[in-house]
Design a protein around this ligand. Structure first.
Ligand code: DAT
Ligand code: MG
Length: 139
C-alpha cells in the first residue's frame, strides 16, 4: 500500500556529532512533514531484527554494534513520493558516492557510519514504522 510516508532514523554518529537539528531542518526544508518523532535506542536484539536482511553480510556485527552504541532519532515522514524522494535526499549508502547536498554527503563519515536510514519500499515503511511507533504516536 502506498501511504506517502517513509521511515527514517538519525543514527548514533549523527546524534554524537550534534547534527539532529541540522538534519531535521533539512528534512523539513525538503518538503517532508514529520508525523512521528522520538529519541530512542535499539537493543542488540532490536538491531539484529531490524537489519535481519543483512545478517549474512561480513559487516553485520559492526552494523549491530554501531546502531546500539547510543541513542537514535526515529521519525516517520510524509510527502508525496516519500520513499523515493527521501532516498534521493539522503544520497548513496557510501557517502563518498553521495551527491553534493545530500544528507550523507554533508554528515556521514563512512559507508559503515552513514548518519541516516531511509526505508527502501512502502512495505518496509510499514514494518519499520511499527517497529518504533505505536498507532497513537503517529500524527
Ligand atoms: P542503505 O542504508 O543505503 O539502505 P543497505 O540497506 O544496503 O544501505 O545497508 C544497510 C546499512 O548497512 C548501511 O546503511 C550501512 C551498512 N552497510 C551496508 N553496506 C556496507 C558495507 N559494504 N560496509 C559496511 N557497512 C555497510
Ligand atoms: Mg537499506
Amino acid at each position: 500500500m502506498v501511504t506517502n510516508r517513509t521511515f527514517t532514523m538519525l543514527k548514533p554518529d549523527a546524534i554524537e556529532k550534534g547534527h539532529i537539528g541540522a538534519i531535521l531542518e533539512k528534512i523539513n526544508a525538503s518538503g517532508f512533514r514529520i508525523v512521528a518523532l522520538k529519541l530512542t535506542e535499539m537493543t542488540k536484539a532490536d538491531a539484529e531484527t531490524f537489519y535481519a536482511v543483512h545478517n549474512e553480510r561480513p559487516f553485520f556485527g559492526e552494523l549491530v554494534e554501531y546502531m546500539t552504541r547510543g541513542p537514535i532519532v526515529a521519525a516517520v515522514l510524509e510527502k508525496e513520493n516519500a520513499v523515493e524522494d527521501f532516498r534521493a535526499l539522503i544520497g548513496a549508502t557510501n557517502p563518498a558516492d553521495a551527491a553534493d547536498g545530500t544528507i550523507r554527503k554533508l554528515y556521514a563519515a563512512s559507508i559503515g557510519e552513514n548518519a541516516v536510514h531511509g526505508s527502501d519500499s512502502d512495505e518496509n515503511v510499514a514494518i519499520e514504522s511499527a517497529f518504533h511507533f505505536s498507532g497513537r504516536e503517529l500524527f
